[in-house]
Design a protein around this ligand. Structure first.
Ligand code: PLP
Length: 361
């Protein structure tokens, strides 16, 4: 197979074709270097330009203020579930968790190993169908931080604005919607995101952190698990994921050429609307999330039966649309439509949905 299909995978996910093409052309030799990026020292001038380019790209796209540090770590968002509490929580302090889906639940569970965790809101009751309103949040003004998941990848539930947490640092897992739209970074103390949803390949985790939090970090942590280590050494304490950072840099360049995040947001919303409109036009398809909390990145919906959902996913795959099966924990259908996912793929899915309903409805 040489032709690319429509890849609705939730992650690792679709990467922009121009990025793949550039990486392909530089696979044997980076221009002027004579070696691939995977074969050069992470302390070389060439790699230094790449990692600095990636940081500059993120800073420009996200308009990251100067007093924030940008880190390229490993271990995925899952390691951040532990690193955040290890660095900022202790047995005599507590953190507030706003749980709006499966990933937030995991983050809260991990944090309980390191200190006291309070549920500022737990939306499990409704089956994780919406984000809480401000007046539903039970916030502790002396919490070490408030943790939220800006977009719940599995349930397809997304915050449209930041909760107001006053002076408590807001920590956000943005793995599945970072770079999908402009965000007010200054409202956050720490943002983390695995790259493999919307920024590049797996194996690199971006952390964006307000520098005044660094002195609050607990003493005595393992060197590699201490944010100070990575901040002091500009993510080069040890060998970082050089390949991942290289691709991430190319993705940032691609986004800048496309006009940045405001344009990307418009395009992403238009793409999502095509599918949500198709869902809303019938009773055959039922959206999982409440309309106000619908994710622009992961569109989740159900069919009248699990058998039909299975049939839908397998016939879609046969029709060149892969990755539509919902997460094993919740079932249903999930269309992940990150930045690099083309609008034509959303149009093709809508056509397929209409046809599938006509035959099976
Ligand atoms: C995918 C995902 C994770 C897990 O990421 P890993 O990199 O596999 O650890 C965590 N949070 C969210 C919101 C995700 O989408």
């Amino acid at each position: 197979m040489t032709e690319r299909i429509f890849n609705f995978s939730a992650g690792p996910a679709v990467i922009p074709v121009p990025v793949l093409e550039e990486a392909q052309s530089a696979m044997l030799s980076l221009p002027g270097v004579g070696m691939s990026v995977m074969e050069i020292s992470h302390r070389s001038k060439t790699f230094d330009e790449i990692i600095q380019g990636a940081e500059a790209g993120l800073r420009e796209l996200l308009n990251i203020p100067k007093d924030y540090t940008v880190l390229f770590l490993q271990g995925g968002a899952s390691l951040q579930f532990a690193m955040v509490p290890m660095n900022f929580l202790s047995l005599d302090s507590s953190a507030d968790y706003i749980v709006t889906g499966s990933w937030g639940k995991k983050a809260a569970k991990e944090a309980q190993k390191f200190g006291n965790v309070d549920m500022a809101a737990n939306m499990a009751d409704g089956g994780f169908t919406r984000v809480p309103n401000q007046d539903e949040l039970q916030l502790n003004p002396s919490a070490a931080y408030v943790h939220m998941t800006s977009n719940e990848t599995i349930e397809g539930v997304e915050f449209k604005t930041e909760p107001d947490v006053s002076d408590v640092p807001l920590v956000a897992d943005m793995s599945s919607n970072i770079l999908s739209k402009p965000i007010p970074i200054e409202k956050y103390g720490l943002i983390y995101a695995g790259a493999q949803k919307n920024m590049g390949p797996s194996g690199v985790t971006v952390v964006i952190m307000r520098e005044d939090l660094l002195p609050r970090i607990r003493e005595g942590l393992a060197t590699m698990l201490d944010y100070n280590t990575h901040a002091k050494n500009k993510s080069l304490y040890n060998t970082p994921n050089t390949w991942g950072i290289y691709i991430l840099n190319l993705v940032c360049k691609w986004l800048k050429e496309k006009g940045g995040l405001a344009g990307m947001q418009e395009e992403n919303e238009a793409k999502a609307k095509l599918i949500y409109d198709a869902i809303d036009q019938t009773d055959f398809y039922r959206g999982h999330a409440d309309p106000d909390s619908r994710s622009v990145m992961n569109v989740t919906f159900r069919l009248p039966s699990e058998d039909l959902e299975k049939k839908f996913a397998s016939e879609a795959t046969a029709a060149g649309m892969d990755g539509l099966k919902g997460h094993r924990s919740v079932g249903g259908i999930r269309a992940s439509i990150y930045n690099a996912f083309p609008r034509e793929g959303c149009e093709a899915l809508v056509e397929f949905m209409k046809e599938f309903q006509r035959k099976n409805g």
